[in-house]
Ligand binder design. Structure first.
Ligand code: G1P
Length: 292
């Protein structure tokens, strides 16, 4: 069984759900408190021991690469101002992981974005992390999937139970339970409008086999006119069993406004430097009757 050494971050989309903020600022660079979304994802990858990050980008996405590059003028400035903590913080970004990027000429769906990484991955298993899905957990979510991959020698995707009326927003699996929280994926369907096979939704963390690429090449546009990863995965099922793990952690859909605000509150409340101030602010809001 080959080790997972590479992780793909699809970041080529327009982020329309967060316009106007995302007109020129990549969605992935929007801060959750003081850290861009994409940095949470790169840290998750690095903590799981995956060495290389493949960013799938597009126009106006250069700041993502800059964020993980060195910045000599800023470093010299911080050194001169005697700010060693900030200097270390800035320097650590360029050491976090080996990052390469590929341009997706036009956002044609998640499946198409992943296909753009084909020549950089070749015949190895690889991870995919969607930056919209911010997951705060004790063990990084992708590391939880890697443990399952190493134990069962099978590709595995993250899943989470969602309310019935939300199944239309996700890929949904038809599960057969293997053990507590672990399921064999018997089938999966992208954003079912009715007859969802369960309420177990695919969340944006995947450990995938290289055989996926040839399937993606033969996948036609599906839901939303886009080439869907879910559709390609489905065609793999007869030959390549797939597992779904109900991971431990709190997940935010940071690509929509409410999810983005919740993520900021949650992360802010975890930060000892600002926690008290936020709690007291929220309490005052409540007293004023703003929170019902
Ligand atoms: C993508 C996937 C979907 C998955 C979701 C998780 O959809 O296509 O299967 O459930 O991510 O966030 P998107 O939300 O990008 O439309």
């Amino acid at each position: 069984m080959k080790r997972v050494r590479k992780a793909v971050i699809p970041a080529g989309g327009f982020g329309t759900r967060l316009l106007p903020a995302t007109k020129v600022i990549p969605k992935e660079m929007l801060p959750v408190v003081d850290k861009p979304l994409v940095q949470f994802i790169v840290e998750e990858i690095a903590q799981a021991g995956i060495e290389e990050v493949i960013l799938i980008t597009g126009r106006e996405k250069g700041s993502i690469e800059d964020h993980f590059d060195s910045f000599t003028e800023l470093e010299l400035f911080l050194e001169k101002k005697n700010k060693p903590d900030l200097l270390e913080l800035v320097r650590s970004l360029s050491k976090m992981a080996r990052i390469v990027s590929v341009r997706q000429p036009y956002p044609m769906g998640l499946g198409h974005a992943i296909l753009c990484a084909k020549t950089l991955i070749n015949d190895e298993p690889f991870a995919v992390l969607l930056p919209d899905d911010l997951i705060i957990s004790r063990t990084p979510c992708i590391a939880q999937l890697l443990s399952v991959y190493e134990e069962y020698h099978q590709p595995v995707i993250a899943i989470q139970r969602v309310p019935d009326d939300e199944t239309r927003n996700y890929g949904i699996i038809k599960p057969q339970t293997v053990s507590d929280g672990l399921h064999a994926v018997l089938d999966l369907v992208e954003k079912p409008l009715k007859d969802a096979p369960s309420n177990l939704a695919v969340i944006g963390r995947y450990i995938l086999p290289p055989e996926l690429f040839s399937r993606l090449e033969r996948t036609y546009a599906g839901v939303g006119g886009e080439i869907q990863l879910t559709d390609a995965l489905r065609t793999l099922l007869p030959t390549t069993p797939l597992l779904g793990l109900e991971y431990e952690g709190t997940r935010f859909d940071a690509g929509n406004r409410a999810g983005f605000v919740k993520a900021n509150l949650f992360v802010g409340l975890q930060n000892p430097e600002i926690r008290e101030e936020i709690v007291s602010f929220l309490k005052d809001l409540d007293i004023g009757g703003t929170i019902k």
